[in-house]
Design a protein around this ligand. Structure first.
Ligand SMILES: Nc1ncnc2c1ncn2[C@@H]1O[C@H](COP(=O)(O)OP(=O)(O)OP(=O)(O)O)[C@@H](O)[C@H]1O
Ligand SMILES: [Mg+2]
Length: 512
């Protein structure tokens, strides 16, 4: 109990102490402010408060009035933004603060032009005025717009320049009237070009314009590199060889060879245009040439037998084409010697007048006589195995020597002559069409099979004895044999063959 009584006394003492301390703190909470009211005159222009000090400047009847007062805590409502502390634009500038005599500052009521938010600068509480906000927001937006407009302008300018360049490339309007007049046929265009141009083909923009206005009609053949179509252009037929994208190199090479200066010849397939059209997914590679409705010599001989006159015309025209291809023409408008390397009856077309046009120049090589070099690195064995010369089959061909390739062409020409001559109807006799070596090798012979027959056994297609009975057949037989010598250098030249057949045509009274 004694003990309990002591505890009660101690607790009372502690409570008293706490109250005392709290009372002291209450005194420290009191805030002293400057004061301008009449009442404060007595207390030395100061007042004491538990709330805030306030300074306020107002415009009343055109006069600035400054007030400094104490605000009691209970008047500081609503908390955070007490009514007593609010300013009114153009009339009143009020500032509440919470440290001793903090309201001693001299506030200004900004004139209307200098009102915060209208004249610039921050508001009294450091916030942005509407003008600043507009400036801050609109400034970058305007700058962005200007940049955007400039970018659009630059892009459009670039696009216009690009499409202009494209137009120049595709259909140079300054030249359109020269080349592309509506009434001009392909023959006219090509004639214009061969008389006024470089002799190497239509200008590229005309080639493109022609190629892109062709309407494909029907597929007429399929080869190793793609499909051949008949197309229509301005009421005339054209042949379109469409290469697969994989064969871009072959397409490029063939187009390149066809555009060799001065290559054009009546017995070489007339090249019209090359075009690579990108349709977004793949590139279409087109090679446009004259269309010959008889198709290839292979097709023609399969379908028809020929008269002696027909045989000589085919043989002489083929020799003329090959002689032109092989021949080097010197001078600025000259042409290099070209070897075909894939001569065969499928790569020779038959024209309406039953003469030949040599086609498929994709494997050809050109001779650069000044340096005595060949324009591409020739690979050893290209072409069609059945028509490969013995030196190609056994790889003994001297590839540094351009004439080797011409000699290999002559061997193949001899085989083509054999195919033609078999179909010659003399005295009511003619043979069925056959491919060379049809009786010695299978249908798709390997190089090894060909080499055995041609190099090892030294066999050649059969020249029947009865051909000796007809001068034309006899001459053809002789030419063939002289095309087939194992030694390439011993073979006839295309020019020699052409001359011999020209004489024969005169003898036979044939008009060519
Ligand atoms: N300009 C053309 N006019 C008419 N027909 C053509 C023309 N060019 C090609 N052909 C036809 O299309 C066929 C296919 O020709 P392509 O050159 O693609 O293959 P190929 O000569 O038969 O075989 P390869 O791929 O071995 O050369 C030819 O055999 C021929 O019948
Ligand atoms: Mg071909």
């Amino acid at each position: 109990m004694q003990c309990n009584g002591n505890i009660t006394i101690m607790a009372k003492k502690q409570m008293l102490l706490t109250l005392l301390v709290l009372g002291l703190f209450r005194r420290y909470d009191a805030l002293w402010c400057n004061c301008t009211t009449a009442q404060c005159q007595k207390t030395g222009s100061q007042c004491e408060t538990d709330g805030a000090c306030m300074a306020s400047t107002s415009f009343i009847d055109g006069q600035e009035q400054h007030i400094r007062i104490c605000i009691t805590r209970d008047k500081l409502v609503p908390p955070g933004q007490p009514f007593y502390c609010l300013s009114a634009e153009g009339l009143l500038n009020t500032h509440c603060c919470y440290t001793n005599y903090c309201n001693s500052l001299d506030l200004k009521v900004p004139s209307v032009t200098l009102r915060p938010g209208l004249g610039g600068g921050f508001g009294p509480d450091g916030t942005w005025g509407p003008v600043e906000l507009v400036a801050v927001v609109a400034g970058p937006v305007c700058l962005l717009c200007v940049l955007l407009i400039m970018a659009v302008f630059l892009f459009q300018y670039h696009q216009r320049a690009y499409s202009h360049r494209q137009r120049l490339e595709v259909e140079d309007p300054s030249c359109d009237h020269l080349y592309m007049a509506k009434d001009k046929t392909l023959q006219d265009l090509i004639y214009d070009m061969s008389t006024s141009g470089s002799g190497s083909g239509l200008p590229l923009f005309v080639q493109r314009t022609v190629a892109r206005t062709i309407v494909l009609q029907e597929i007429i053949g399929k080869g190793r590199f793609g499909e051949v179509w008949r197309g229509r252009w301005r009421g005339g037929d054209v042949a379109v060889k469409i290469f697969s994208s994989r064969e871009e190199r072959s397409w490029f090479r063939e187009a390149e060879i066809y555009q060799t200066v001065m290559l054009r010849h009546e017995n070489i397939l007339g090249f019209i245009a090359a075009d690579n059209k990108d349709n977004g997914t793949w590139t279409q590679l087109w090679l446009v040439s004259d269309y010959h409705e008889y198709g290839s010599l292979f097709d023609y001989l399969n379908r028809y037998s020929v008269t002696i006159e027909g045989m000589i015309k085919l043989a002489l025209s083929a020799a003329s084409g090959l002689a032109h291809l092989h021949m080097e023409i010197l001078g600025t408008q000259g042409k290099p010697g070209i070897a075909h390397r894939d001569l065969k009856s499928k790569n020779i077309l038959v024209k309406k007048n039953s003469t030949c046009a040599i086609a498929d120049l994709g494997l050809a090589v050109r001779h650069e006589s000044t340096t005595d070099t060949i324009d591409i690195a020739p690979n050893q064995r290209v072409g069609t195995k059945r028509y490969m010369a013995p030196e190609v089959l056994d790889e003994s061909i001297n590839m540094r020597h351009f004439d080797s390739f011409k000699c290999a062409d002559i061997y193949a020409l001899g085989l083509v002559y054999w195919e033609i001559t078999r179909r010659c109807n003399a005295g009511g006799i003619h043979e069925e069409y056959q491919l060379p070596y049809y009786d010695l090798v299978p249908s798709d012979p390997s190089i090894e099979e060909m080499r055995k027959v041609v190099c090892d056994q030294k066999l050649r297609p059969n020249v029947p004895n009865w051909w000796q009975s007809y001068e034309a057949l006899r001459v053809m037989g002789k030419i063939m044999r002289e095309c087939w010598y194992a030694n390439g250098a011993a073979r006839l030249t295309a020019l020699r063959i052409k001359k011999t057949l020209s004489q024969l045509s005169v003898q036979e009274d044939i008009k060519v």
